[in-house]
Design a protein around this ligand. Structure first.
Ligand code: ZN
Ligand code: ZN
Length: 360
């Protein structure tokens, strides 16, 4: 059976446990995961014996091609009302929907179409399935990671005083697209000098200067799957402080990555990196979680953060990305992408991670 056939079977088996007999799927990434459909507008209705894809005329052909296992229903307007009506016709008594992916307006529409059907908020059912990737999915993510690897090699050649962040980011995006990426999986981040202390910096027209730290965070999307990687460089002359900061981040990254395996609690893996950074006196300078799942979305389950009690599971694909950010001076972050196995993990990122700050 295909990956998608198995997923549908698994979802159907999960319906009784969630006390529903049908599920409306409205998040585009969940729709893609279950059906293969990649249109920008649509919804699925999955019951124990029916799979329907609702969209409009624009997607008639695409839906049939991408989602052959689903019955296509063409809806000119008020898509969710049509889903509700179909649920009534299918004899659904309790209909689940994901409250984080359905606006109040659309939920009202669903209720109007599905008169008599009980609507039941059912968050995270598909996201939980998505967190455990198949081998095929892991290979797509590995291919996406390889696209970012080759792009970063091109970007590194531009690291010299006078080049702007934007020029470097564009080079990365161009190289990924040229080699087959559908897109960057998020806007490429090139953060230089004091701006490298911003964990989620926007790329600007700032020109690089001698002594700048440069944090590059980049990912590609390939066949619907994302990658995510960060490396930190410095333009000479490198300060002793930046060298020291980098080393701590490196130790934290390596130690936490070594702790990634099925059964390890997400919060404990975060704690490995956080402990090392705290011991080095930089606890306050690492204000974000250690990592996140990556798949169809660049941020998905599970979340690796302080106190997270979810255990890692075989098939999870997660980032391990500690960082230290010192206001006014600069920062360092190192991020690899790992596939979790029963015993240990496989690093999907191909770009080497030097143990000492790379000075260019
Ligand atoms: Zn990243
Ligand atoms: Zn990330």
């Amino acid at each position: 059976m295909s990956d998608r056939g198995q997923r549908l079977g698994q979802l159907r088996e999960a319906l009784p446990g969630a006390e529903i007999d049908g599920l409306v799927v409205s998040a585009p990434s969940n729709i893609f995961y279950l059906s293969g459909f990649r249109g920008s507008s649509g919804a699925l209705l999955v019951t124990k014996d029916r799979c329907m894809l609702f969209s409009d005329f624009r997607y008639r052909l695409q839906a049939k091609e991408q989602a052959p296992d689903f019955d296509f229903v063409e809806v000119p307007r008020r898509l969710l009302a049509a889903v509700g009506e179909a649920a009534v016709a299918a004899g659904v008594g309790r209909l689940g929907y994901d409250p984080s992916h359905l606006s109040c307006e659309l939920r009202d529409q669903l209720g109007e179409g599905g008169g008599g059907v009980a609507l039941s908020p059912t968050p995270g059912l598909v996201e939980e399935m998505r967190a455990r990737k198949s081998e095929e999915e892991i290979e797509l993510i590995r291919a996406a990671a390889a696209l970012a690897d080759q792009a970063l090699a091109h970007m590194a050649k531009l690291l010299r005083p006078g080049t702007t962040e934007r020029e470097i980011a564009l080079e990365g995006e161009f190289q990924m697209r040229r080699e087959g990426a559908e897109a960057a999986s998020f806007d490429v981040i090139v953060a230089s000098g004091p701006r490298s202390a911003l964990p989620h910096a926007e790329t600007t027209d700032r020109a690089l200067e001698p002594g700048d730290a440069v944090v590059i965070d980049i990912g590609a999307r390939f066949s619907g799957y994302c990658s995510d990687m960060t490396r930190t460089f410095v333009l000479e002359p490198a300060s002793e402080e930046m060298r020291g900061v980098y080393e701590v981040v490196y130790q934290a990254q390596r130690a936490a990555a070594a702790g990634v395996q099925a059964g390890a609690l997400c919060g404990d893996v975060d704690g490995i990196a956080r402990g090392i950074i705290e011991d080095a006196g930089h606890g306050d300078d690492f204000g974000h979680g250690l990592g996140h799942g990556v798949g169809i979305d660049v941020h998905e389950a599970p979340r690796l953060g302080k106190g997270e009690e979810t255990p890692l599971a075989a098939g999870n694909v997660v980032t391990v990305e500690p960082g230290i950010y010192i206001e006014g001076k600069g920062g360092a972050r190192l991020e690899d992408l790992l596939a979790v196995f029963q015993h240990g993990s496989d690093v999907l990122t191909g770009t080497p991670m030097p143990s000492e700050l790379p000075v260019v």
